[in-house]
Design a binder for this molecule. Structure first.
Ligand code: GDP
Ligand code: MG
Length: 730
């Protein structure tokens, strides 16, 4: 090991003003936690990989001329997934003045792989050995002097979650005089190849890294260079001429040498003293919990139970109580007060605009803030504790069957908050079909805005029964599964190998109350901001189109308004879904359109158009079908545009939109029509449905038997495997 590093003793000096510091490290190493402390911002922190998908900028709390950049988590600089490419490209092109490499001290060996690659770049690096608290608890001690000896650059021991050691780290970063780093040396063939490439790469930034990649015959690095296309072409052709002389260097060989050197360094720098260590206890507890929650039979029932409890409390009992307080006390009180002001003034239109338009529309949405904040409080707890990672883990295998994977699950859960970040989070998915399917299916999840629709209908029409609210979530999940299967059939021939999902399961951690409260507040705040802007504007426009007729005369009966005209035009389309079964078909039809602006607007539209509220305006079955339609149909414009941009071409974007519209229509139609039939002919209906089900089962059973005539083998051991025509052949 003694000659593994080339030592340089120079220092790099950077002017302190306008410093850009990038945070870079493995997923789940604490980058976002540190970013939040440094900038005072509230980026989402999750105890799983893939939560930060593009770099976020913020300015340092104590000195606003310093910019901090949070980059996506990466295990290495060899980019496979889109987020790895983003991080790599940023380091190559973005030219930060300094990189803080965040290392999870409890996983030193794996984290130093990236560190060793960062050493090959031309940017100064400081390493923050994070999670010191946890490392200490696990009996892990890291001698940072030894690490500094090998890597050259400065190492700091910190704990981002406990805000320890961060000031010393930042003082060093700001002082601007950085210890120079040293890179690993490789075996002679590799170093020779790098030397041969020197004339080609000498003028480039990050020349050692570029040479190394080219020596591995990885030409994609040329694309990453910050150069004109013509220059890149020149480099490619020169490289092609040189290639023969480089010898046969395999990237696996280089990675292997890296691992060996790191192993040797870690063996010297790290001591682990497991005797009487408290965390063995934490680890032990984690293992005990996992035995139960990851159990083959118990995992899903436990998940369903936990989610049901969360919904009962946040939508039903506590959340429902708070929402009622707003909708039944605060809103009528506000309307009374404003009505009082207008009592003697002769401006009926203004009173109507404020009371029936703005207050009804905006407060109809504000009422759901307590439920949404509670729900997101619980989700924050599940995320931060590490339980969500388990769920992603156990769902991965299952999701593979429908052409998705554990990473899609991460998107789905994010989608319960908002489809926009959820769609962006699909960048961590390598397989293009899986990614597009996830983008199309994620909006089926009930985002926080749709929660307003779910809870208002559950409260006012479906008798306040939390079971209905839960059933909508299960229906969403079912639609994702069926949608995934359908898309898998369409994509069958195009599918390449599925993306293997590697996720480490973090030890369970107690969530910090501050972080949970912060996320609740963030969610509530963005909801209120939306209420004050989009929903306010939409309410005013809606009031206008429902208060005037096509001749721009003020009308007292909304039935004569412009909006009614449009609504009645599209209402027949929705009649088969049951929207008209209380005689308010056009109002319900219009609400599905205005929901394009934002899903909360569905509720505020109905608040404005139905003068006496939802109660009695639609049957229970019609209401159920209406909610389902709005859950599954195209999301709001913000999410639609994210879907188009992320899929990178408008054809796929349109396909997603069509898929969502058709699914929503067909599922709602089926629910309403089958439900009506069941209502009318209870006994006959049950018999017919059973007969159809039996016919299907028979058909598939017979087909299976015909195909398997004479074959009693399990697929894995079957001698006919090559010639077998079974669809599900493994
Ligand atoms: P990122 O993926 O690198 O952005 O990581 P996050 O900032 O999202 O953090 C991942 C998890 O590690 C979260 O649950 C954090 O609360 C936790 N975490 C971050 N820093 C520390 C630390 O210093 N000590 C402990 N015990 N946990 C930490
Ligand atoms: Mg992050």
């Amino acid at each position: 090991m003694s000659n593994c590093c080339k030592n340089k003793t120079t220092t790099t000096t950077v002017t302190p003003s306008k410093l850009t510091i990038a945070l870079c490290g493995n997923p789940n190493s604490g980058k976002t936690t540190l970013f939040n402390i440094l900038t005072g911002s509230n980026q989402k922190v999750g105890n799983w990989p893939g939560v930060t998908v593009e770099q976020k900028l913020g300015s340092y709390k104590k000195d606003s001329s310093i910019t901090i950049v949070d980059t996506p988590g990466i295990y290495s600089l060899s980019p496979f997934t889109i987020d790895e490419q983003i991080a790599h490209k940023y380091l190559m092109e973005g030219k930060p003045d300094l990189v803080i490499n965040i290392v999870d001290s409890t996983n030193l060996e794996r984290n130093l792989f990236l560190t060793s690659q960062l050493m090959e770049l031309d940017v100064p690096v400081v390493v923050a050995l994070n999670m010191q608290d946890e490392a200490k608890a696990k009996g892990i001690y890291i001698n940072k002097d030894i690490l500094e000896g090998y890597f050259g650059c400065a190492f700091f021991a910190i704990s981002a979650a406990k805000n320890q050691g961060i000031d010393q780290l930042m003082d060093y970063c700001i002082a601007g005089s950085y210890q120079s780093k040293t890179h690993f040396a490789y075996t002679t063939p590799v170093e020779d190849a790098i030397a041969k490439l020197q004339p080609l790469t000498d003028a480039l930034d990050n020349k050692r890294w570029v040479s190394l990649k080219l020596a591995e015959k990885d030409k994609t690095i040329i694309k990453m260079l910050n150069l004109e296309d013509s220059q890149k072409q020149l480099i490619t052709s020169t490289y092609n001429n040189l290639k023969e002389q480089l010898g046969d260097i395999v990237s696996a060989q280089i990675a292997q040498q890296r691992y060996e050197q790191i192993s040797a360094i870690v063996a010297k720098a790290q001591t682990v003293d497991r005797k009487g260590v408290k965390t063995e206890k934490a680890q032990h507890i984690t293992e005990q919990i996992d035995k139960i929650v990851l159990n083959k039979w118990l995992a899903f029932p436990i998940f369903a139970l936990i989610m049901s409890l969360v919904f009962v409390v946040s939508i039903g009992t506590l959340g429902g109580f708070l929402t009622d307080l707003i909708n039944e006390q605060l809103t009528p009180w506000m309307q009374d007060v404003v009505n009082g002001w207008f009592e003697n003034a002769n401006v009926e239109w203004l009173r109507s605009l404020v009371v029936d338009g703005i207050i009804a529309g905006v407060m109809g949405v504000v009422g759901f803030v307590p439920q949404i904040m509670l729900l997101f409080g619980f989700i924050a707890i599940l995320e931060a504790s590490g339980y969500m990672s388990r769920i992603a883990f156990i769902t991965d295998k299952l999701l593979n069957k429908i052409g998705l994977g554990g990473r899609s699950f991460v998107s789905m859960i994010l989608g319960c908050g908002c489809s926009v970040p959820a769609i962006m989070a699909t960048r961590t998915i390598k397989n293009i079909n899986e990614r597009n399917a996830t983008i199309t299916l994620t909006p089926f999840m009930p985002c926080s805005a749709k929660l307003a629709i779910i809870s208002s209908f559950t409260t006012y029409i479906l008798g306040g029964n939390a079971l209905f609210a839960i059933s909508f979530y299960f229906l969403s999940i079912l639609s994702v599964i069926l949608g995934g299967l359908i898309m898998k059939v369409f994509n069958r021939k195009k599918t390449n190998a599925s993306d293997t999902f590697i996720m480490e399961l973090p030890t369970y951690r107690a969530p910090t109350p501050a972080n949970v409260l912060k996320q609740m507040w963030e969610r509530g705040k963005s909801f209120l901001i939306k209420a004050g802007t989009i929903i306010f504007t939409a309410s005013v426009i809606l009031w206008l189109v429902q208060s005037f007729n096509f001749r721009f005369e003020f009308v007292n009966d909304a039935n004569d308004s412009i909006l009614a005209g449009i609504g009645k035009l599209i209402a027949p389309l929705f009649a088969p879904l049951g929207f008209n079964d209380g005689g308010y078909g056009w109002q319900y039809s219009v609400a599905t359109l205005t929901g394009l602006a934002a899903k909360e607007v569905v509720v505020s539209t109905l608040e404005i158009l139905l003068p006496n509220g939802l109660t009695g305006t639609i049957s229970g079955l019609g209401a159920y079908s209406f909610v389902v339609y709005n859950l599954l149909t195209v999301p709001c414009v913000a999410a639609i545009s994210a879907s188009f941009t992320e899929q990178g071409n408008w054809k796929n974007g349109l396909k997603s939109v069509a898929f969502q519209l058709v699914t929503a229509y067909v599922v709602s139609l089926a629910i309403y029509q089958l439900g009506s039939l069941a209502n009318k002919y209870t006994a006959e209906f049950v018999i017919v449905v059973s007969l159809i089900a039996i016919a299907f089962a028979l058909y598939f059973a017979i087909r299976y038997m015909i195909r398997h005539r004479g074959c009693n083998y399990e697929c894995d051991h079957c001698p006919h495997n090559e010639t077998c025509t079974r669809d599900d052949r493994k």
